[in-house]
Ligand binder design. Structure first.
Ligand code: ACO
Length: 329
């Protein structure tokens, strides 16, 4: 059996920065409220002519360059997203076309856990021998699903994309993975209209049902339980313990969630990565964007052990333990 290892990392962020003060100019909120409740100061927002697959293409090209590979070298593309360019075709197919890839391509939709589910699919394809080089992209333009007159949600999200190249390797880069779903609570975080339950109509648009709706406190309570539990399970599946972790890299949804998780796991806060201040919640992109930040700032050393941990609508959650096998920058 081959192992899967990360050989390329890339990121792409849209150019437009929207600060808390910018939002406070249009809705009843303040920089102080947003910073103290979430840790967010600013976020990036897609341009009017940009789509999720455009963001993904930027990140994918950077990851291919980092891995020293050409589009033809890739034999599978997996895209994690909850803000697809359109209902069909898949964002992965649109991205495949933009990149000039010739391989099979499919989407994984697990809200903010999409990247971890996509990573599982990619690693499994390599470990089973069905693929040797897989491009895994987490891309979201979730601000396209946000009501910018709703202060409870519009302050939280930003847009972006991150990507990994995974390759068959004699070194085990992807160690244990734990995934979970609980489909009994869809109402905690949902976009009610636009699917087969409630097809888009004048009425659904008038009622704002095509926008994301969230019970923030329920998500918060779920996240601070799910992150420690799934991290411990994935570590156990890897034969490792919390002390072996170099970095805990959770989905970036709220600084207070990250701080609570650090306390519950008794991890020093400086080992729990955060870039939420500058990016907000970028959904499926947040974990590869975080890894890219650590990598490009020279903070990762060969042999480091990372816990990549997602949670989101579904409900879904998951953790992947990764041994960093790339040479130091
Ligand atoms: N500015 C000012 N006031 C606000 C704002 C805002 N942006 N948003 C809410 N408020 C008000 C509310 O209206 C409420 O006022 P009221 O008491 O007069 O009714 C008050 O602040 C408190 O509201 P709460 O919802 O209780 O605020 P809370 O402390 O729970 O913070 C928050 C809200 C930040 C959303 C928090 O619950 C949270 O971060 N939850 C997790 C959300 C999350 O992670 N979502 C992403 C999940 S990942 C995915 O799959 C997409």
């Amino acid at each position: 059996m081959s192992f899967a290892a990360i050989t390329g990392v890339g990121a792409y962020l849209p150019g437009r920065i929207v600060t808390n003060d910018d939002l406070a100019a249009t809705v009843d909120t303040s920089d102080e409220w947003i910073r103290t409740r979430t840790g967010i100061r600013e976020r990036r927002i897609v341009a009017a002519d940009e789509t999720t697959s455009d963001l993904g293409a930027g990140a994918a090209r950077a990851a291919l360059l980092d891995a020293g590979l050409e589009p033809d070298d890739i034999d599978l593309l997996v895209v994690g997203t909850s803000s697809p360019d359109m209902v069909m075709p898949s964002t992965a197919c649109l991205l495949q076309g933009k990149l000039g890839l010739t391989c099979a391509a499919f989407d994984v939709m697990a809200a903010c856990t999409s990247f971890i589910f996509a990573l599982q699919a990619a690693a499994s394809a390599i470990e089973s021998g069905r693929a040797r080089r897989v491009l895994v992209v987490g891309a979201d333009a979730l601000t396209r699903l946000i009501d910018f007159s709703d202060r409870r949600t519009c302050v939280l999200f930003g847009d972006g994309a991150g990507a990994f190249v995974l390759e068959a390797s004699e070194e085990q880069g992807v160690l244990g993975i734990d995934l979970g779903s609980d489909g009994t609570k869809p109402e905690v975080l949902q976009v009610p209209a636009g699917g087969s339950t409630m097809p888009a109509s004048h009425e659904t648009v008038d009622a704002g049902l095509h926008f994301l709706q969230m019970n923030g406190q329920e998500v918060f309570k779920f996240a601070v339980r799910a992150i420690p539990a799934t991290t411990k399970k994935a570590l156990a599946a890897s034969g490792l313990a919390l002390d072996d972790l170099t970095w805990l890299i959770p989905h970036q949804a709220n600084q207070r969630i990250l701080d609570t998780v650090a306390d519950r796991l008794k991890l020093p806060h400086e080992r729990v990565f955060s870039n939420i201040e500058l990016l907000g919640n970028t959904s499926a992109a947040s974990i590869p964007l975080a890894v890219n930040d650590l990598y490009t700032s020279g903070s990762l050393r060969r042999g480091d052990v990372l816990a990549l941990v997602g949670f989101g609508a579904g409900l879904t959650w998951g953790a992947a333990i990764v041994r960093w096998t790339k040479e130091d920058l």
